[in-house]
Structures are given as C-alpha cells and as structure tokens.
Design a protein around this ligand. Structure first.
Ligand code: MN
Length: 233
C-alpha cells in the first residue's frame, strides 16, 4: 500500500446529528423514484407497484442545510424534490421488512435537486439519469434526528416552501413503498450499512428554482432543510 497520496481530497461533509456532538459519515446515497402516486402522475408516469427502483448520487453531491449554492451548471430547468431521508446505522443484507428498521439510525429532511431537462432527455433516449441527478450540491440535507427521538413513522406532514409559498405538501404514509419495505428491498442487492442514506422519493408539486430562490423543507419532528440559490452574478 502506498504511504502517501498524490493529492488531498476534501472529504464529503459529516452530517450533524441533533443532540450529539458527533457527525454522521456518509458512504453512499440511494434515491427512490416515483414513491408518491400524485408525483408519478404529474410526471406522466403510471406507478409500477411490482418493485421500487433507484438511482444513486455520490457523497460529493451532498450539501448540508443552510448553504447558499450556485445555480447548477448545464441546465435551464433545475427542480426541487422534497424528501424524507433515511440514514442507516447498522448493516442489513437480505432482511425482511419486519427486521429492516433495526438498521435505521435516523432521519433527515432532504431535497433532491434535479436537472429536469437533462433527466427528460435521458429518459427519452433510455439513457442513465446521472447527468440529471448526480451533480454537486444536488443532495441537500438537514441535521439527522435519531430514530428513537423521532418515534414511529406515520402520517407526519412533509412540505416544501419556495420563496415562502407552500409548493409541496403530503403525509409520509402516502409513500407507495414504506421505509421498511425500501430497506428490505435494497438489502436484496447491496450489503447496506452505516453511512448509507436513502432519499425516499418526493410528493407532487415539484417545480423549478431560479437564481435567488429560497427553499425551506420540513417534516413533522425533524430539523428543517433550507437552501438559497445564489442570485445571478
Ligand atoms: Mn427524488
């Protein structure tokens, strides 16, 4: 093994955890597609209830709540998607839904920024979504709340305000695939473990940000997530 590296890389940020001075280190980011029926409908898709599907973002796409970020490059139509984020704290491999929650460390509020024009072009050509989904500052996230402090998942309200106006609003129990079902399903394909995040999909009401946009997302019982898109230079 080499003793030195050629260059130093800035590691992805450790996520703050409420009531804890220690951070949560991120290993991987999984994202669920079409997990609210009303959002699938607004995108012109019918819901496939045979199995959930996923895309991924690299940890370098993370941006902790409270930042001002530049308008993303290469897009004319960057959308917000407010989501519950599940943070794993223990390993899970080929687990059943009944056993899946033991691997969940806690939850955060997340926004899956999406270059919708690039995603749409990829869909049309049956190409991967990476350019549309996996880019710097595209995985916004709040401080995490441990599962024990949050309690049971149920009909908590999830909402996003854009420049103060509520644009997305739903209840967590409207998710097509529940958190235990998602963890169990993903664990059939990956050795899930500490540091793995799952963005669980967005409700209806997605829309475009502009330079100067302020996004504020909240879920009952969790620390809100906020971000400002820098004004045009
Ligand atoms: Mn999403």
């Amino acid at each position: 093994m080499p003793a030195e590296t050629l260059f130093d890389l800035a590691p992805p940020p450790d996520l703050p955890v409420v009531h804890d001075t220690r951070g949560y280190a991120v290993r991987r980011i999984f994202c669920v597609g079409r997990n609210y029926a009303a959002h699938a409908a607004e995108m012109g898709n019918t819901v496939d209830r045979t199995a959930p599907f996923y895309f991924t973002k690299c940890p370098g796409a993370l941006c902790v709540s409270g930042a001002t970020i530049p308008y993303p490059p290469g897009t004319e139509n960057c959308h917000y998607e407010m989501e519950l984020v599940v943070a794993l704290g223990a390993s899970a491999f080929r687990v059943a839904p009944e056993a899946a929650m033991a691997a969940v460390f806690g939850y955060g509020c997340g926004i899956d920024l999406t270059r919708r024009d690039l995603q749409a072009a990829a869909k049309e050509k049956a190409r991967p979504w990476d350019l549309g989904k996996d880019f710097e500052n595209s995985a916004l996230i709040s401080a995490l709340t441990p599962r024990a402090d949050f309690g049971e998942l149920g009909d908590q309200r999830i909402a996003l305000r854009h420049d103060g106006a509520v644009v997305q609003q739903a209840r967590l129990n409207e998710m097509i695939w529940s958190v235990p079902e998602l963890v169990a399903h993903l664990s059939q394909f990956y050795h899930l473990g500490p540091g793995d995040l799952i963005y669980t999909g967005t409700p209806a009401g997605v829309g475009a940000v502009r330079p100067g946009s302020v996004l504020e997302g909240e879920i009952d019982g969790l620390t809100p997530v906020s971000v400002t898109i820098a004004a045009a230079a």
